[in-house]
Design a protein around this ligand. Structure first.
Ligand SMILES: [Zn+2]
Ligand SMILES: [Zn+2]
Length: 611
């Protein structure tokens, strides 16, 4: 066990990393990959030399899929005696759905089913359970999740304290083979009680013989022990990259804290596991987990940031796999624009399983990382964050991409960044561009009334990272913005009132995927560390609206409303069967509702029989 008094000897984070220094460490450089909170060149370090020929061998996915329990019905299936929330134009509710092949055949009540000429139909008695359209995750990061799937999660949602996380690493070290790297991820000192930094001295207590390596949840920092530094050959004499330094002690010795992608990669690339990482098999594990949460479609919001254009090799292999039981939509990362343009891919390329649907731009950083671009300085500070793309460049980028036929998803967290994004969209509209496509603002975290008016007027659409309220609400109020501005976070109700279509997302690996958890967070606006306080109660949204945001409106935002998002004849049979109606339970329990079954394209891709 770790001794409590070790806390005192660990210097405070800000003593080692002055805020400006920390910002500089992950400030974007021209040509770097997209510097979103969730986007870091660190990911490529994990797959630095991986054998891509092996990775994309179809045999690999067959093997990976062997354990999947996917049921393909031989005949028409009728779900009867259910509470079906269709999410159609009239918000209809019915008791039966018939599916045939991969599509919905009919929706209605028992007599409508009896009128179908389907004598061989298999009838499933749903015993009054609730059926919704398959859930949609409109913003996450697929291959980063796949890359990290096998790395131990020691983050705050598993361990409330740093010592708890370190104890878990100790357990792993005890059963590790010689030379095996002990790897952890999701370390988050802003949410985990204890030391703010994992120095090499601290990680040497996990092991001195095996390398120990931990990623910060932001992926902009990592931490390693002395053995890992030794293997990487990082010493007092190793020069720093000015944008990605090794933190050091008073004697100039690296202290094990690695800031930014270059420093992280310089150590992580020595882990031989990176060479054998099978991204296809790992991706199928992510798909399986998504299905267990009721997800049938998800959108990667920065394709190319892990492995450049070669990520499409993984996608193409997945597209042909029978185990690819979630539909993947993806936005190309602007960070490698030239490579994409040379590759020759167009918006809309792909099919109903895997399809390229938009272009992603990151206009600023993250608010909790003090790099979101603000109108006014942060609380207790004089800085206003960073534009990752200057306003004029952003305008040009939007016009250029729109002229080339791309739909856009633009990340903006700070209020000034949102101003800049609105200006850029406005200019494109003035030129008659982007008029027939959802124009997304990702996170869209801090909204003033004037923003909301402009968003409504232009018909733009925000996607909210609702975990900002739940997980970081307290930090946003007390450390980042102060109370008044923190209340402007994720204003679902104000948007709803103006007729704006909006959605909720996890941004995994920033927070874990979980559509029902997102619904609960938006409905209650409670804060994890202060559950009795509601952050801006006037922004609490109805369960109905929150459910619409993870189905119908998310399908529209993900350019897939012609095929999924509602339960209507002709659409794909993508459904989720829930143990309870989210509208009928205590709002604090919505996130705990069991997903009993998930169906995608007429196949049952997840079943929780024990419930
Ligand atoms: Zn982002
Ligand atoms: Zn993201």
């Amino acid at each position: 066990m770790f001794r409590e008094n070790e806390k005192e000897v660990i210097p405070e984070f800000h003593e080692l990393a002055k805020p400006a220094h920390a910002l500089k460490a992950h400030a974007p450089k021209h040509g770097d990959t997209a510097p979103c909170t969730c986007c870091s060149p660190a990911f490529s370090a994990l797959v630095h030399d991986a054998n891509w020929d092996e990775m994309t061998d179809p045999v690999a996915w067959r093997k990976a899929g062997e354990s999947r329990d996917v049921f393909t019905p031989a005949s028409t299936v009728i779900f009867a005696n259910a509470k079906v929330i269709t999410m159609d134009d009239n918000s209809s509710e019915v008791s039966c759905i018939a599916i045939k092949g991969d599509r919905i055949l009919a929706v209605g009540d028992r007599e409508d089913m009896d009128a179908l000429d389907e004598p061989d139909a298999e009838i499933i008695d749903c015993e009054g359970r609730t059926i919704l359209p398959g859930f949609i995750e409109p913003h996450f990061h697929f291959l980063p999740c796949s890359t990290m799937e096998a790395v131990e999660n020691i983050g705050p949602f598993r361990f409330e304290t740093v010592h708890g996380a370190l104890d878990r690493l100790l357990e792993l070290a005890e059963s590790a083979g010689p030379d095996e790297w002990i790897m952890g991820r999701q370390f988050d000192p802003s949410l985990q009680e204890g030391p703010d930094l994992l120095t090499r001295q601290l990680l040497d207590q996990v092991s001195t013989s095996n390398p120990v390596f931990v990623y910060n949840a932001s992926m902009h920092f990592a931490y390693c022990n002395s053995k890992a530094l030794e293997i990487a050959g990082v010493t007092k004499d190793t020069p720093d990259n000015p944008n990605s330094p090794y933190f050091r002690d008073d004697n100039g010795e690296p202290n094990g804290v690695l800031a930014g992608g270059i420093a992280i990669a310089s150590v992580a690339k020595h882990n031989p596991a990176g060479k054998t990482l099978d991204l296809v098999a790992n991706s199928l594990e992510v798909v399986k987990r998504a299905n267990s949460l009721g997800i049938t479609l998800f959108t990667d919001q920065a394709t190319g940031m892990t492995r450049g254009v070669r990520e499409l090799d993984v996608y193409n292999t997945l597209a042909e796999s029978p185990e690819m039981t979630a539909r993947l939509r993806y936005s190309l990362s602007y960070g490698i624009q030239e490579k994409w343009d040379n590759y020759g891919i167009s918006c809309g390329d792909g099919n109903e399983v895997v399809r390229c649907t938009s272009w992603k731009i990151v206009s600023d950083g993250s608010n909790q990382g003090f790099s979101g671009l603000q109108r006014e300085p942060y609380l207790y500070r004089d800085d206003k964050g960073l534009p990752y793309v200057e306003p004029d460049v952003l305008k040009d980028m939007v016009i250029d991409r729109a002229e080339k036929g791309w739909a856009l998803a633009i990340h903006a967290n700070g209020d000034q960044a949102i101003d800049n994004v609105l200006d850029a969209y406005e200019q494109a509209f003035d030129r008659g561009l982007l008029t027939n496509t959802p124009c997304r603002i990702e996170h869209c975290s801090i909204l003033h009334d004037d923003h909301i008016d402009r968003i409504a007027k232009m018909g733009l659409s925000p996607s909210f990272l609702i975990g900002h309220v739940y997980y970081w609400g307290q930090a946003m109020r007390d450390k980042v913005f102060g109370h008044a501005k923190a209340c402007l976070l994720d204003r679902t109700a104000a948007c709803e009132e103006k007729g704006i279509r909006w959605t909720l997302h996890s941004d995994e690996p920033v927070t874990e995927m979980g559509p029902l958890r997102c619904v609960e967070n938006a409905v209650t606006r409670k804060m994890w560390k202060e559950p009795d306080t509601i952050l801006a109660p006037e922004e609490c949204i109805s369960v109905e609206s929150a459910l619409r945001s993870i189905t119908r409106d998310a399908a529209w935002q993900c350019h897939s409303d012609h095929e999924v998002g509602t339960i209507e004849p002709g659409k794909f049979a993508d459904l989720v069967v829930l143990e309870a109606d989210p509208r009928a339970v205590d709002p604090d329990e919505i996130g705990n509702i069991q997903v009993l079954e998930t169906w995608m394209g007429g196949r049952r891709v997840f079943s929780n029989q024990s419930s």
